[in-house]
Design a protein around this ligand. Structure first.
Ligand code: PEP
Length: 261
């Protein structure tokens, strides 16, 4: 079974002072309710860049890992405003989110840039959470799979070893921060398609192993049904990840969906 993976994307929220108490509260909450499940699931928190060092120090030897929300394209150089993957590593980061819909649509990051960011992160031994997803217009036009395939295509140039250090995330743009989540069946349809794409582009084993997260208005009360889908291996959570009790509720609901609780 693929290890369930739950990621909290704080986006540009929380002051450094506010973030301090989050980890210990989350760890307490998960410790109480998920004891006995051991290492069977992963929890990742992605704060703003400025909070990474503090949070990486505060996770200690708990199960919580830390992710950046993006990653520079090279170790160093003339890239004003970018953050080096080696510095992310130095800060104690384990992961980088690449290609979030806000990076694609608000900041116009394209496939060439996103694959360069992914390669740079992987070179510095960061794991990559690579996001794809269609707009409402794409879905209404019946273009969901075409758009998702187009966003995945650039990953085909990576090695199988690189892919094994990546997690894919399906985040329909129309479901992010809108309160309107994809139905479990809609999520499953796209996840199965993504897994099939990995099978064709890499191998059957890679398709079987790759974890595919769903993101888009996930909350404690819908986590279980979404995670019950066979090709949904985890959840990428925005709004509901800002409070430790709510995020822990998503994790515990998701584990229930996989019959781990
Ligand atoms: C996200 O930002 O990745 C996200 C899924 O946000 P939300 O959970 O708020 O829809």
């Amino acid at each position: 079974m693929r290890q369930p993976f739950f990621a909290a994307n704080w986006k540009m929220n929380k002051s450094i002072a506010e973030s301090g108490a989050f980890i210990s509260s989350l760890v307490d909450k998960l410790g109480e309710s998920a004891s006995g499940i051991g290492s069977q699931f992963a929890v990742v928190v992605a704060p703003p860049y400025t909070h990474l060092g503090l949070l990486a120090d505060s996770v200690g030897d708990s199960r919580v890992q830390i992710s950046a929300q993006n990653c520079g394209v090279a170790k160093s150089g003339a890239f004003t405003g970018e953050i080096s993957p080696s510095v992310l590593k130095e800060l104690g980061c384990d992961w980088a989110i690449i290609g979030h819909s806000e990076r694609r649509h608000v900041f116009k990051e394209d496939e060439i840039l996103l694959v360069a960011r992914s390669k740079a992160a992987l070179t510095e031994s960061l794991g990559v959470i690579f996001c794809v997803g269609e707009t409402l217009q794409d879905r209404r036009a019946g273009n969901t799979m075409k758009v998702v395939e187009g966003q995945l295509r650039s990953l085909g140039q990576l090695s199988g070893n690189s892919l094994s250090r990546m997690v894919l995330a399906y985040e329909p743009v129309w479901a992010i921060g809108t309160g309107e989540n994809a139905t479990p069946a809609q999520a499953e349809e796209v996840h199965a398609f993504m897994r099939e794409w990995v099978g064709k582009a890499f191998s059957k084993d890679a398709a079987e192993a790759v974890r595919i997260l769903y993101g888009g208005s996930v909350k404690p009360d819908n986590a279980e049904v979404i995670m019950a889908q066979p090709d949904v291996d985890g959840l990428l959570v925005g709004g509901a990840s800002l409070e430790p009790v709510t995020f822990a509720g998503v994790v515990l609901g998701g584990l229930k969906g996989k019959k781990l609780r």
